[in-house]
Design a protein around this ligand. Structure first.
Ligand SMILES: [Zn+2]
Length: 260
């Protein structure tokens, strides 16, 4: 099977001393591409080194909505890493590296840990403009901000995007699919009602696969890695009444359409 992981954090500490084995297992499972996300300037800077390790690693540079200094947080998110670098400087660096990246991500808006909506929207608009300018797709985080994110994409008429881990309402899912957005289904679809429901309501032509590794493992208590995409594809195939091979081929075509 030909598999792709369009959203992963290979720069996470968890992978530090096991990257070689993780990549080996990914290749054995059939993975052709692992899009690893930058979340702010500090993390974007490190990605190019990581990508040199193996051509299967495709870097995306981004700015996690909760990281820039101009966004106030309402609750502490244990996963975020605040950046000291301004949004403009972060985006200038991404632009400078446009030939080294496959996409802009992880970007978007998050109203769970911040109700500071205005600066988040301003930052996201700048990011959409940059994506258009450098002709790269977006990989979008939209936790509790699904409607606002799709509103901004629609205002900008920019639909070259993947919605990662989409947990919005069915009406927003349908709206996004009608606009031509892609939705990457995470590996924990094997045990998540939300993602199983997303799969059943989305056309195959809008579906991609992701791990968000090391998070969202299909196995409770175990860390996630790209090789587990296989489990997601099998679940998607079961819901869509396809063979795993058919589902994988369609997802690979979708990957080529959005990213290549
Ligand atoms: Zn992520």
């Amino acid at each position: 099977m030909i598999l792709v992981d369009v959203h992963c954090h290979l720069d996470h500490e968890y992978f530090k001393d096991k990257l070689d084995e993780v990549l080996k297992r990914a290749k054995e499972a059939g993975i052709r591409a692992i899009i690893t996300q930058g979340v702010n300037h500090e993390s974007n800077e490190k990605l190019l080194e990581l990508a040199k390790k193996d051509p299967i690693i495709k870097p995306a540079m981004g700015l996690y909505p909760l990281d820039p200094p101009n966004v106030k947080l309402s609750t502490e998110d244990p996963f975020m890493s605040r950046s000291k670098v301004s949004v403009d400087k972060t985006l200038a660096f991404i632009e400078k590296n446009k030939n080294n990246i496959i996409a802009i991500g992880e970007v978007g808006m998050d109203f769970k840990f911040s109700d500071d909506e205005e600066p988040q929207a301003e930052n996201f608009k700048k990011i959409i403009d940059l994506a258009r300018k450098i002709k790269k797709p977006l990989i979008i985080h939209s936790r509790k901000a699904e409607k606002s994110v799709i509103d901004l994409l629609e205002d900008a008429k920019f639909f070259n995007a993947d919605m990662h881990c989409f947990s919005g309402k069915k009406s927003q899912l349908k709206r996004g699919a009608d606009l031509g957005l892609f939705f990457s289904i995470p590996t924990n679809v094997t045990r998540s009602d939300q993602f199983q429901s997303n799969v059943s309501h989305l056309p195959m032509a809008n579906i991609l696969t992701e791990t968000d590794a090391p998070w969202l493992s299909p196995y409770p208590g175990k860390m996630n890695e790209p090789a587990f995409i296989k489990e997601a594809v099998e679940k998607i195939a079961e819901i869509k009444k396809l063979t795993a091979e058919e589902a994988a081929n369609q997802i690979f075509q979708n990957y080529q359409k959005l990213f290549l």
